[in-house]
Design a protein around this ligand. Structure first.
Ligand SMILES: [Zn+2]
Ligand SMILES: [Zn+2]
Length: 148
């Protein structure tokens, strides 16, 4: 495992077959209400944006390409939902399940996205940034244009 100057945080799946070290871009948790994330995670995907992630052993890691641009990583043994990232890990855009970190105490609940896909039967209390899918896709497109 490459050692980085920035603070990497360890984590892993339920059974321990997948262990990783990830460097949060910010100590923030974002919640995605989109239909794919809800099916995949059996809840909402509570994610920490990370600049990099290193796996101790990738043999138990499953990869599901869920869209033209994104893929989802999970444990093939226990089924834990672990990571959403751009296909092949391009661009350093990695969203790591907040619950998979060994210590979650440093994260704050910063933002809810795809709020327009949230079913009416639940909702999170409190004031924070809430963005629609269209707003997120526009931001994503602007980032892609800016990085080329
Ligand atoms: Zn596992
Ligand atoms: Zn989502």
């Amino acid at each position: 495992m490459a050692s980085q100057a920035s603070s990497a945080i360890p984590g892993g799946c339920l059974c321990g077959a997948v262990r990783f070290s990830a460097v949060p871009a910010k100590h923030e948790m974002n919640v995605c209400h989109c239909g794919m994330c809800r099916r995949w995670s059996s809840g909402v995907f509570m994610a920490v944006p990370c600049t990099e992630i290193t796996f101790a052993d990738e043999s138990a890691l499953g990869v599901y390409p869920s869209s033209e641009w994104g893929e989802r990583l999970f444990c093939k043994t226990c089924g834990s939902s672990l990571v959403w990232r751009l296909r092949g890990g391009e661009g350093g855009h990695v969203e790591v399940s907040m619950h998979s970190f060994d210590d979650t105490s440093s994260f704050v609940f910063a933002e809810e996205i795809f709020i327009d896909e949230k079913p009416d039967l639940y909702g999170f209390a409190g004031d924070r940034s809430r963005k629609t899918g269209a707003e997120i896709m526009a931001e994503f497109a602007a980032q892609q244009a800016g990085s080329e």
